[in-house]
Structures are given as C-alpha cells and as structure tokens.
Design a protein around this ligand. Structure first.
Ligand code: OFO
Length: 169
C-alpha cells in the first residue's frame, strides 16, 4: 500500500500534468486562430505527451493500491501576443513541472518508497528532454525569427513532429 502523503503528492502531480495538457490545448487553439498549422501540430503532440504523462501516474498509483482523486483543472491562459510569447510560457511552465517532479521525488525519498523513486526517474529524464526541445524552438524564435519568412520556415519544420506513445517507468 502506498504511503498517504505520497498518494496525495501523486494526485497533485496528475492534476499538474492534466493542467499542462489543458494549457497546451489552449495554445493549439491560438495557433489555429493564427493559421500556423506547423506550430499547431507541434503543440498537439505536446498535448498528447502530457496526457500520457498524467495517465502514466494514474495507472501507477492504482497499480500500487493507491486511490486516484481527480481535482479541478484551473482554466489556462487563452491569448498570447506572438508565437515567441507562447514558447516563453512553455519553457517557464516546463521548468515549473521539473521542480514539481523533483518535489514529488523528494516525498518518495522521504517515505523511503524506492519503487516510486525508481518509477519517477523516467519523468526526471523526460523533463531534461522537454526543456531542451522547447528551448531549441525558443532559441530559433528569439535569435533568428524576426520576420514572417522565418516564421513560415519554422512552421514547416514544426509540422514534422509526430507523437510516439512513451513507454513510462
Ligand atoms: Fe511537459 O511535462 Fe509532463 O511531465
């Protein structure tokens, strides 16, 4: 049976992952309004990844005999000034998620749940990749993309991203 404090921390993180899904879905709608289909595709993959992250913890908590308690998902921001502002928000958000996953792992450590610590290792590594992916798009937007041509080229590039269901744990 999973420790109660750890169960609560997992439920909070499931909510954070579902909020991430919601936040990025709001960005999908923004890119649709902007008619930037490649950016929209990139963000749609992000939405699917966040859903998979939430479900990975959802399934794990149940597998460990814990109770999944879903919480209210906060309404995300709906408007941005530019694609640059969107990606600045994504990076800030991923950095926040990294700190939340680190805190969740601290709780698993504190209650000496070695299995949970080992399970969460996947998420810790995933965050390194997430921050790097977002950081790369942000770098291009910041350093190179100050005209419509570049935005068009980047949109074409982002159209190539595809979702690969992660094998978590
Ligand atoms: Fe984008 O991060 Fe989930 O875990």
């Amino acid at each position: 049976m999973i420790n109660e404090k750890l169960e609560k921390a997992f439920n909070d993180q499931i909510n954070a992952e579902l909020y991430s899904e919601y936040f990025y879905l709001s960005m999908v709608a923004y890119f649709e309004r902007m008619n930037l289909q490649g950016f929209k595709n990139w963000m749609n993959v992000q939405v699917q990844e966040e859903h998979a992250h939430a479900m990975g913890m959802f399934d794990y908590l149940q597998e460990r005999g814990g109770k999944v308690t879903l919480q209210t998902i906060e309404a995300p921001k709906a408007d941005w000034e530019s694609p640059l502002e969107v990606f600045e928000d994504v990076l800030k958000h991923e950095q926040l998620v990294t700190s939340k996953i680190n805190s969740l792992t601290d709780v698993a450590d504190e209650v000496k749940d070695r299995a949970a610590v080992s399970f969460l290792d996947w998420y810790i590594k995933e965050q390194v990749e997430e921050e790097a992916n977002v950081g790369n798009v942000l770098k291009t937007l910041k350093l190179i993309c100050n005209d419509a041509n570049c935005l068009y080229m980047l949109d074409k590039e982002l159209a190539a991203r595809t979702f690969v269901a992660p094998v978590i744990g």
